[in-house]
Design a protein around this ligand. Structure first.
Ligand code: UGA
Length: 435
């Protein structure tokens, strides 16, 4: 069975490449012909650990094209992985989903199973079916299904090949059998549901994880007010199997192309259906407040921001990726620049993407390494917990700085070690030192 993937962004490309690893022949399509050329030359347009190696290994089972008819001629199953970015009012923009559904319908010649994999609001499959029925030629059979992805950037390959569970929403025995075949080689439970349930499982999972993060951030604020320690709170709470330790890391809030967008889109769908999703509005509000709280923290130790120089450690929305979409770093740096600061930024992978957003701002200096970033700075701000920041020579760094202040937005440094070096160290949700 050949598989088709439409939309070769993060989700689509990982899906395409990982299915080849499971032995399938995969046809990947994207409208962007530059991207197709890049892929044909075995280059990947973003950083995702392990993906390039798999692409090289299975290249003979991969075909890239910018033509939809190539997919339809060769594939019985087509995964829709196009973008669903947020609209200004928080709803998901589904125009690319509509576009792809229409193009598939127009070119359909034989039975095809169309699978939504992009994160979409519940009832999107209904719309895909409606759109397809308007354009499809008479008597050509097709079906729609939902098979949401649960991939994290930075560990997407592993998440795909070793999933905790596979969720599939189908409407017929025929579609169910196809999925049983597709996921035969995966060692994971498959949850078969109706389509709406599968759509909700995806949104609800992301919203729940985001809720966990905002919850622990709220508790971190309480810890700061009372002198308690958030790391111990997370550790002890996490040992309760019903709660679990993951996604209880307090910090400067969640970013990326999923949580901020999905939480908003989820409560919007609630609103549309006359339901009160107040809880998720709070989750969103708490997350947006993290930026202000972090800026207030800087002001507590430095007083005035104007003309101060900040060494920024980390730009990506989390480690393991070069993605800066909705990254807390971009919001914090914007505020610092607005208040007249200079930023000496460093990130091992995300500098190029950050540059695209901030262009050549004369107040931003793109540093060669973390030591270069620290030169003449008034404070180091740790905004992404890249492992390399944990093991730097902070004795040497202190000598390079104008004033030895570290504000650790991700609680990633060894506080005892840093405090012994006589830094002013400000973590999140726990007592630091020197202030
Ligand atoms: C998230 C989900 O984890 C995936 O399961 C899902 O498939 C994906 O969205 C998606 O919808 O496509 P991702 O956005 O790649 O994956 O990243 P996460 O690892 O979930 O982290 C999201 C944000 O939360 C990051 O900014 C991270 O720094 C932050 N975070 C995470 C915390 O602040 N604290 C934590 O304890 C965990």
């Amino acid at each position: 069975m050949n598989l088709g993937v439409i939309g070769l962004g993060h989700v689509g490309l990982v899906t395409a490449v990982c299915f080849t690893e499971k032995g399938f022949r995969v046809f990947g399509m994207d409208k962007d012909s530059n991207k197709i050329n890049t892929l044909k030359n075995k280059n990947i347009p973003f950083f995702e650990p392990g993906l390039k190696e798999l692409l090289y290994k299975n290249f003979n089972r991969l075909e890239f094209t910018d033509k939809i008819n190539v997919i339809l001629e060769n594939c019985e199953v087509i995964f829709l992985c196009v973008g669903t970015p947020p609209l200004p009012d928080g709803k998901a923009d589904l125009s690319q989903v509509e576009d792809a559904s229409r193009e598939i319908a127009k070119n359909l010649e034989r039975f095809t199973l169309v699978v939504e994999k992009s994160t979409v609001p519940v009832k999107t499959a209904e719309w895909i079916k409606k759109v397809m029925s308007l354009y499809v030629k008479k008597n050509v059979p097709y079906e729609v299904a939902s098979n949401p992805e649960f991939l994290r950037e930075g560990s997407a390959v592993k998440d795909f090949l070793e999933p905790d569970r596979v969720v599939v929403g189908v409407e017929s025995e025929r579609a169910k059998k196809i999925f049983e075949k597709i996921y035969e080689g995966f060692n994971a439970p498959i949850i078969f549901t109706d389509i709406e349930t599968a759509e909700i499982i995806k949104h609800a999972s992301n919203a729940f994880l985001a809720t966990k993060i905002s919850f622990i951030n709220m508790i971190a604020d309480l810890c700061e007010k009372t002198g308690a320690d958030i790391l111990k709170v997370s550790e002890a709470m996490g040992l309760d199997k019903r709660i679990g330790r993951e996604f209880l890391n307090a910090g400067i809030g969640y970013g990326g192309s999923c949580f901020p967008k999905d939480v908003k889109a989820f409560y919007k769908i609630g609103e549309e259906l006359g339901l009160d999703f107040e809880l998720l509005k709070c989750v969103d509000r708490i997350n947006e407040r993290r930026i202000e709280i972090f800026i207030e923290k800087i002001k507590k130790v430095l007083w005035i921001i104007r003309d101060k120089t900040f060494a920024i450690y980390g730009l990506a929305f989390k480690p393991g990726t070069d993605d800066v979409r909705e990254a807390p770093s971009t919001k914090i740096i914007k505020k610092l620049l607005e208040e007249g600061a200079f930023c000496r930024v460093y990130d091992p992978y995300a500098m190029e993407n950050f540059k695209k957003e901030f262009k050549n701002n004369s107040r931003i200096y793109y540093s060669k390494d973390p030591y270069d970033a620290a030169k003449g700075s008034n404070a180091i701000l740790i905004l992404t917990e890249w492992e390399i920041f944990e093991n730097l020579d902070y004795k040497k760094i202190k000598k390079l700085m104008e004033t030895p202040i570290i504000i650790d937005g991700r609680n990633c440094l060894d506080m005892e070690k840093i405090c012994k070096l006589d830094y002013i160290y400000v973590p999140v949700g726990r007592k630091g030192c020197g202030y």
